[in-house]
Design a protein around this ligand. Structure first.
Ligand SMILES: [Cu+2]
Length: 117
C-alpha cells in the first residue's frame, strides 16, 4: 500500500507541473481587431493550437482603449485612430481578452481567443 501511495503522489505531482504545453506549428495567425462603441470587432478570434498570434489592434472607437490578454500581453492605451501590433505569443489554450480602461470590460469590451484543434 505504501508504494502505491507514493506512485499516486508522483503522478499527481507530474500532472500539476506540466501545465499547458504545446508544440509550436511555426505558423503565424494574423488578425485585425477594431472597436465599435464598447465592443471589440471581432470579439472571437480562432487560432490553431501552436500558432503564434499577432493582433493588429486599431482603436476605431471614440475613446481611449487598450487590449489586454490573460497571458499578460497587452497594447498600450491607444487614442482614437491609433494602432498597435500585439505579439500574443504561441497560443496553447483559450485566452480571455478585455479593455482595462475604467469600466469598459463591464460595458462589454471583452474578447475571446479560441485555441482550435
Ligand atoms: Cu476601452
Amino acid at each position: 500500500m505504501k508504494g502505491g501511495a507514493l506512485v499516486a503522489a508522483l503522478l499527481l505531482l507530474s500532472g500539476c507541473a506540466s501545465g499547458p504545453s504545446v508544440t509550436p506549428t511555426g505558423n503565424t495567425t494574423e488578425v485585425t481587431v477594431t472597436v465599435d462603441g464598447m465592443r471589440f470587432v471581432p470579439d472571437v478570434v480562432e487560432v490553431p493550437v501552436g500558432d503564434e498570434l499577432v493582433i493588429t489592434f486599431e482603436n476605431t472607437g471614440t475613446e481611449v482603449h487598450d487590449l489586454t490578454l490573460e497571458n499578460g500581453k497587452s497594447s498600450a492605451r491607444l487614442m482614437p485612430d491609433e494602432t498597435e501590433v500585439i505579439d500574443a505569443g504561441i497560443i496553447a489554450e483559450d485566452l480571455d481578452g478585455w479593455c482595462s480602461v475604467s469600466n469598459h470590460r463591464a460595458m462589454g469590451m471583452e474578447l475571446t481567443v479560441r485555441a482550435v484543434g
